[in-house]
Each structure stands twice: as C-alpha cells, then as structure tokens.
Write a protein that binds this ligand. Sequence first.
Ligand code: FAD
Length: 296
Amino acid sequence: MKATRKSRLPQSQKPEFELSFEFFPPKSEKAEERFWHSLEKLIPLAPKFVSVTYGAGGSTRERTLKMVSRIGSETGIDAAAHLTCVGATKDEINEVIRGYYDAGVRRIVAIRGDPVAGIGEKFTPHPGGYASSVDLVAGIKNIADFDVSVAAYPEMHPESTSWDEEIDNLKRKEDAGASRALTQMFFDNNDYWIFLERVEKAGIKFPIVPGIQPIHNFERISSFANKCGAKVPNWLAQRFEGLENDQGTHALVAASVAAEQVTELMDGGVTRFHFFTMNHAAQVMALARVLGQAKE
Ligand code: FAD
C-alpha cells in the first residue's frame, strides 16, 4: 500500500473529488462516432462536467454548440462550452453566449484564444471585441449567471513578462466572477506546487484544477507543449525515445507517466482533475482507476 504524503494543498484548495473531461468538436462523421463512443465510456465516471473546445476564431462555433447541447440533452452530464474572444465583436460573442444559454448550457470555459497569427505572436483584440479573458468573463456574467472556468499557467503564459503580471491577471479572472481555473498541461508537478504557493500568497481562493494531458503521441504532444509554453523535461523525452514505431510500448510508457503524475498530485492532496482527452477514453479510464474513481 502506498504511503500517503502530507497534503501539500493549502486549505483554500481543499475540494471534493471531481473529474472533468475536455473534448474537441469532431470534424467528420467518423470522428463524431469516436467522440460519442469515448464519451459513453467516460460517463460512468460521473464527471462534474465535460467541456468542448472552441476554435480560436470561432471556426468551430456551430460544432461546439451542437456538441454541448447534445451532451446535455442526451447524457444528462453537465456540458461546458469553451469560448474565445478572437475575431469577433462583443455583440457577436454575446450572441454565442445567449445561444449557449438558450440551448440549456450553463457552464462556459472563458479564454482569450491565441493570436490569429499563431501562438507567440502579438495578440491584437478585435475592434469592438473583448480584449482579454477577464473582459470576457465579465461579459458572460453580465448576460447570465453561468458557471465560468478560466485558464491558468503553472509555467506562466508565454506573453506574461513576470509572475506578478501572471498572478494579477489570474486574480482579475477570479474577481470578474470565474469559479475555477483549469491549468495548461504541465509535466513537472513541482511547477504546479510552486504555482499554488503563488496563488495562495495572492489571496486567490478559487480551485486551480490541474489539466492532465495523457500522451497519446509524444511527438505531437511535445510539439504542442512547446508552442504553448509548457516544457517537456528531458527525463520525459528520454522515456519516449525510439518508440515512434512501437505503439504498444509507447502506450504503456504514456500510461505509466500519467499514472505517476496523478498519483503524486493525489498524494499531495489534489482531488480535482481536468483531463485533456483528445477524444479518446482509454487512458482517462485507466487514470480514473489509478485515482480510485472507477465506478460500476
Ligand atoms: P488571458 O488571460 O486574457 O491572458 C493572456 C496573456 O495576456 C497573459 O500573459 C496576460 O497577462 C496578458 N494580458 C491579459 N490582459 C492584458 C492586458 N489588458 N494588457 C496586456 N496584457 C494582458 N484556446 C482556444 O482557442 N480554444 C479553446 O477552446 C481553448 N481552451 C483552453 C483550455 C485550457 C484549460 C487552457 C489552459 C487553454 C485553452 N486555450 C484555448 C488556449 C488559450 O486560448 C491560450 O492559452 C491563450 O493564449 C490565452 O488565453 P487566456 O484566457 O489565458 O488569456
């Protein structure tokens, strides 16, 4: 039996056990089949909510709406729709928010979105649009009392120039009415623990839910991580070295890496987890078992 370490979670971060699952809106019929198949497998885990991402410039507007409405009406699970500020006026975004409300959606993951020119480029707000996620949270709350989640960055957002700026921005998101932050993927739990200390020191009270990225494809995930400012430690790269053409071993290594990560977080007192599923169920199912959350 594994010894339980003393909880490293500050008092303000002590929650009930909650899982949430992030999906992206499928593009084809075949992908949609996989979406529903994965979701059905995950439903018995009784997630707090299932979220569906939003293409930065509104490219998935209809598909996101369709998926969140169907999740709610067909599974009874709470669905959260992601929403970004990119490439639209406030009026246009408000219309999307009202569309979510009319479809019965009561949860939104409010994020700014990446610059149209790509991650790392300068972000220019759309003329007449919401300038940042803080503005967007306030705009959503103005329309209806949605449950709003926001993004947080244990390794700092690539555009932030200091930790003060980063944490101030997160505090503003809480003050604007967000209920929780979901973190960007991270692979070194120390980054999360140190981040929580900064959050605690700043008086931020809402939960900082770790975003867990199971590694379905190391090359793809590490390229995405690099783009969004999440580091891939050398030890992690070494574990996947030479496994490009060995799917079986790759999957086993990925499962053990993610199991180590969530076990350590749980041992440190974390009981809320947000999983980036990439529309696949198997790894998340296994991780839920590791967390003792498998349900009959
Ligand atoms: P913000 O909180 O607005 O901040 C971004 C940066 O701008 C920070 O460095 C902040 O300090 C700075 N900043 C904020 N306000 C100002 C200001 N007034 N002046 C100057 N600087 C300022 N992207 C998508 O396109 N679709 C999705 O569905 C999606 N889902 C996501 C889910 C999660 C859990 C996470 C972690 C990210 C997601 N993203 C998604 C990515 C997200 O859009 C990017 O990380 C984006 O670059 C930042 O979004 P944000 O909401 O954190 O931005």
